[in-house]
Structures are given as C-alpha cells and as structure tokens.
Design a protein. Structure first.
Length: 100
C-alpha cells in the first residue's frame, strides 16, 4: 500500500510527513498529543527554543509511557496472583466436597 502525505502542525509550525493510510489516525493523534505537551511546556516554564521544548516533551512522554507499562505489569501480576489463588481455592473446595 502506498504511503500518504500528511501535514501536521506542532507549535505553529507545519511539517509534512508520510505514513501508511491505516496509520493516519494514529499519527494525527500523536501529533496532537505532542503539540499539546510542547505547548504545555512552553506555557508553563521558562524553557526557550523549539529543540529544548521538544526534548522536554519527549522525556515527559517517555516517562508517561514507562509509568503506564509498569502499571500494566503490576495489573498483570495481580491478575496472575488472583488466578493462582482461585485455582487453590477450587482445589481445596473440591477436596472438601469429595470428603463429605
């Protein structure tokens, strides 16, 4: 499938990027998220310069991603523990009903 060309705006600058048609929506959302994060940094700090703002935005987004991944891992660990406990309870209950 051929790539399509998109124009995205980040901090009032237009960039032209290529992507697969099925990735268009995700790319537009990513550009919107990046624009919002960079604007938040520009408005809420004394950081000057597009490059420095972009680096801070990238660090913030990477940190958010890592926290999200850690949360998913914790949730998976808790789910595994609950499943293990469920299996043990089933086994104990099964043994109790057999002995009665």
């Amino acid at each position: 499938m051929a790539a399509i060309s998109l124009k995205i705006n980040i901090l009032d600058k237009e960039y032209q990027v290529n992507c697969k048609p099925e990735e268009r929506e995700a790319l537009e959302y990513s550009a919107q998220l990046l624009n919002e994060k960079m604007d938040e940094i520009r408005q809420g700090s004394h950081i000057i310069g597009l490059e420095r703002i972009a680096v801070m935005a990238a660090l913030n987004l990477a940190h958010d991603l890592i926290r999200s991944q850690d949360s998913v891992k914790q949730d998976a660990g808790a789910a595994n523990m609950l499943q293990s406990m469920d299996l043990k309870l089933d086994s104990v209950l099964s043994d109790l009903t057999k002995s009665q």
